[in-house]
Design a binder for this molecule. Structure first.
Ligand code: TGC
Ligand code: FAD
Length: 392
């Protein structure tokens, strides 16, 4: 892979809106990605391996629980800092950002928000350092966009719960130490349970043959009569709103992360276009290529503004789920379109692993599907503005 020469576009001087702390956090994450992710990520993706060696680095830049209070091992930062960290990590690779999103928003967040003090003390500090890695089990083979239909369930057996079922498409599952699993009780109400590796009947087979997020490990969570101690149930929230609340936090991070992938594609294509000579001129001098680049920077700038404003609203605890959906949907769509255009600008070189663009493009096919598909987020906006539910 070519050396990482990334220069971040900031067409509307958005840095002026950031605090010094935001910039320090962002720049530290950016430098870490350049130093520790870029040199190894193409190889990891080609081999379809999650590069576990980067776990301590992710913890060091605050990517595990950026907004979780310091007393639980988190970084105690605001939501814009969280977004900036996700942006920089996904600039490197969406799969690496996935690992951080899951750990922070889908594992640490529910334990922090819905867990009791003993659960927070037990799990959060180890998750913050990466000593323990987590996964989040909501999706099932027959229930993806419609998680309310889940069939994974647990029965009260007096001194423990007995858990049965299967989760599919679970990021980090093959190596997770703990899994936050959503399952129905005997009355059909959804609860979160923390399942630990080593519990009898709990297995995590890996899903192979992915053309997307190849540097992220994806798998199943299988439960066959797993005895889960009663103290592992998250007591402070139940119902579908509990897992959906976690998704709000992760979708927010993705809205920022996708900007990183888009920035990397744009920056790579711009540099290439200035250097690549055809018909005696740099291809950057042709109108057709300028149209692509001009539209890319326009869309990136719009996405940055959307994410920044959403970050302000989230800091004030005023961001609605529908606002988060709009940003996730828009920004991932923006990134995937930029990746496709940027790939073409590199001609044949664009399909090789010498450049990051094709990897971003393939990764974004997952990002546009997980955490609510492109269609689902449109329907969330539709419901929000019309009051009519078009899901069912
Ligand atoms: P609905 O009747 O609308 O809602 C049920 C209850 O949930 C509440 N609620 C929310 N609460 C918090 N945040 C949200 N975003 C919420 N959306 C809804 C709602 O108020 C209600 O509460 P209550 O108290 O009245 O019961 O539910 P529905 O069954 O009609 O479904 C709505 C729909 C389709 C929007 C929802 O099911 C959905 O978002 N589906 C998409 C599923 C999804 O996103 N799955 C993601 C799995 S995790 C993942 O992909 C991780 S990828 C990780 C990575 O690698 O980065
Ligand atoms: P389906 O729900 O079957 O959807 C298929 C198609 O139908 C889509 O185009 C969808 O938009 C459309 N559709 C569905 N319902 C409607 C409707 N009402 N109206 C119109 N169109 C509709 N899940 C987890 O729980 N944890 C994870 O860590 C996790 N990580 C993932 C990692 C990867 C790499 C991938 C690919 C997925 C991951 N997921 C995870 C699962 C992800 O959230 C689901 O794939 C996603 O929610 C869609 O579900 P599905 O794949 O079953 O598609």
């Amino acid at each position: 892979m070519k050396p990482d020469l990334f220069e971040a576009p900031d067409y509307y001087n958005l840095d002026d809106l950031l605090t010094e702390e935001h910039k320090l956090i962002r720049d530290a994450a950016r430098a870490w990605v350049k130093r520790d992710v870029s040199p190894i990520i193409e190889d990891a993706a080609q081999k379809a391996e999650f590069p576990k060696s980067i776990i301590p680095g992710l913890a060091e830049i605050g990517a595990f629980g950026p907004y979780i209070p310091v007393k639980y091992g988190g970084a105690g930062l605001d939501q814009i800092s969280y977004g900036l960290i996700m942006q920089e990590i996904e600039r490197g690779d969406s799969g690496v950002r996935s690992t951080a999103s899951v750990q922070s928003s889908l594992v640490m967040y529910p334990i922090w928000k819905y867990g009791n003090e003993a659960q927070r003390q037990k799990y959060l500090p180890k998750l913050a350092t990466g000593e323990w890695m987590g996964s989040f089990g909501l999706t099932e083979p027959d229930f993806g966009s419609n998680p309310a239909g889940m069939v994974t369930n647990f029965k009260d057996k007096g001194d423990h719960y007995l858990l049965n079922g299967a989760k599919l498409w679970i990021s980090n599952s093959p190596f997770c130490d703990v899994a936050v699993v959503w399952a129905k009780d005997e009355s059909g109400r959804i609860h979160g349970l923390v399942v630990e590796r080593g519990m009898e009947g709990f297995t995590t087979p890996e899903t192979h043959n992915k053309w997307s997020l190849r540097a992220s490990a994806t798998g199943e969570l299988l439960f066959q009569d797993v005895k889960v101690p009663k103290e592992n149930l998250l007591p402070n929230k139940s119902g579908l709103g509990a897992p959906l609340g976690c998704l709000d936090s992760a979708r927010f991070g993705i809205a920022w992360g996708a900007i990183g992938a888009a920035m990397d594609c744009y920056d790579t294509a711009l540099r290439y276009a200035k250097e690549r000579i055809q018909f005696g001129k740099p291809i950057a001098a042709f109108q057709l290529q300028q149209k692509k680049l001009a539209e890319m920077i326009t869309e990136i700038t719009k996405a940055q503004l959307l994410a920044f404003r959403l970050g302000q609203l989230k800091n004030e605890d005023r961001a609605t789920s529908a606002q988060i959906s709009m940003a996730k949907r828009n920004n991932v769509d923006m990134a995937i379109k930029i990746a496709r255009e940027a790939r073409q600008m590199l001609g044949g070189m664009g399909i090789t692993g010498e450049y990051s663009i094709m990897r971003h493009m393939m990764n974004l096919e997952s990002v546009i599907t997980y955490e609510g598909t492109h269609d689902i987020h449109l329907l969330i906006t539709g419901l929000d503005i019309t009051g009519h539910n078009a899901f069912k």
